[in-house]
Ligand binder design. Structure first.
Ligand code: HSE
Length: 432
């Protein structure tokens, strides 16, 4: 049988890993596909010293790959929105299949790209876009396809989890850990995508679409980053028996679906609270299967290459049959499902505030909670530091609609005894 020809665009962290693993495991891949899968062309701004390009055509124009006759599958590993969008449109228009690790591209332009791919009879595959080496797209779209997905919750940004873990375990400073994540090749080109939750929101958009059979709704994801999380909060959370993780949550509710990314307290006894370092994990609750969990490396060269190559192999196996699974797992995404506003979401909360150490402060705080029908679950107050007339008050609430919590926060903010505002972090109690 003829070989399947692959053109790779981008030879950075993931591109270099993909190139090397495809070459190293060529015999195994041939056995699995039933034909050779070979790299014919690479587009890169500069050669990667870790990759031996002997016998491969090297260009610095990505569009050469999208137009070449000797490329069946275009592998897009350049990242970003615009150039990647043009490249994929061109490749698909030329009848080429596409494999991408670009979650931003899929989250923002996926609806349009999938429609074009359907028209042209080609596949766009994106396993590597979510949770690095974990085959979560395949698990959710194919392995769990019998289920109504009730909820999913995931640690889906390796850089963010690396930062939260180092802060919690070693008391390291935020910027110092971020610099290390960048050096290790985990972070996005713009690291604010990692720490402000944009990367996780891209990934959650994709997971939620597959879970609920809805179009990609990136703009409707509520997104909050981890850059405001302090050592103090990490330590108070620990004292209360919780870890703080940057979580993506998608949940089916009566009135619609929730899609949100934010720092979250998780009880220490839960599996997700113990996912550390650059590791990712996604917990999926299906109506038939119950709770399931997918765990592994969320970033890095060869872990992400593992997912890219799985997609290449999938397409190579199907290339002559014309068969492929719909990208979001449904024939037509349901446009009628509403994405809930964050104020409609119900959650428990961790609150921390610095208050004046004077008679009646606690009573006034408690009165505001009572007026807003917010049930206090736990409370910590320590003696003031010597020479200070201010104490830190930390509380956990029971679940309440965010709208009601916001009304309490506004009233607390107006209290003269409450200084510097109130820190609010959501709490997920989770099963499993
Ligand atoms: N910057 C991403 C992360 C890379 O840290 O998870 C993998 O998507």
């Amino acid at each position: 049988m003829n070989p399947v020809n692959v053109g790779i665009c981008g030879l950075g962290t993931v591109g270099g890993g993909t190139f090397n693993v495809l070459k190293r495991n060529a015999d195994t891949i041939r056995q699995r596909v039933g034909r050779d899968v070979r790299i014919t062309r690479v587009a890169a701004r500069q050669a990667n010293p870790a990759c031996d390009l002997t016998g491969v055509e090297l260009t610095n124009d990505i569009m050469d790959i999208a137009r070449a006759d000797d490329v069946d599958i275009v592998v897009e590993l350049i990242g970003g929105y615009d150039a990647a969008f043009e490249l994929v449109k061109e490749a698909v228009s030329n009848g080429k299949h596409v494999v991408t690790a670009n979650k931003a591209l899929i989250a923002v332009h996926g609806n349009e790209l999938f429609a074009l791919a359907k028209e042209k009879g080609v596949t766009i595959a994106f396993e590597a876009g979510v949770a690095g080496g974990i085959p979560i797209i395949k698990a959710l779209r194919e392995g769990l396809t019998a289920n109504q997905v009730e909820s999913l919750a995931g640690i889906i940004n390796g850089t963010g989890n690396f930062i939260m873990t180092e802060m919690a375990e070693k008391g390291r400073a935020f910027n110092d850990v971020l610099a290390e994540a960048q050096a290790l090749g985990y972070a996005e080109a713009d690291p604010t995508f990692d720490v402000e939750g944009i990367d996780a929101a891209h990934k959650l958009t994709i997971l939620a679409s597959i879970a609920f059979g809805i179009p990609l709704h990136f703009k409707k994801v509520y997104t909050e980053g981890i850059s405001q999380i302090s050592q103090e909060d990490v330590q108070f959370a620990d004292e209360l028996g919780y870890a703080i993780k940057h979580l993506g949550v998608a949940r089916r509710a009566e009135e619609g679906v929730e899609m949100r990314v934010h720092p979250t307290l998780i009880p220490n006894k839960r599996l997700l609270a113990n996912v550390n370092g650059v590791l990712n994990a996604v917990q999926v609750q299906g109506d038939a299967v119950g709770p399931t969990m997918y765990y592994g490396p969320g970033a890095g060269s060869e872990p992400t290459a593992s997912a890219v190559i799985a997609d290449i192999i999938d397409i190579a196996r199907q290339i002559d049959s014309g068969f492929s699974v719909p990208p979001l797992g449904v024939a037509e995404p349901d446009e009628t499902v509403r994405v809930l506003d964050i104020e409609e979401v119900e959650s428990a909360y961790y609150l921390r505030m610095n208050v004046a150490d004077q008679v009646g402060t606690m009573a006034a705080v408690a009165q505001i909670m009572r007026d807003n029908e917010i049930n206090i679950e736990a409370i910590i107050q320590k003696e003031p530091k010597e020479g200070h007339n201010m104490v830190t008050l930390v509380m956990l609430t029971k679940a309440v609609k965010e709208k009601r919590l916001n009304s309490a926060l506004a009233q607390l903010g107006d209290m003269p005894q409450v200084m510097e505002g109130v820190t609010r972090i959501r709490v997920e109690l989770l099963e499993g």
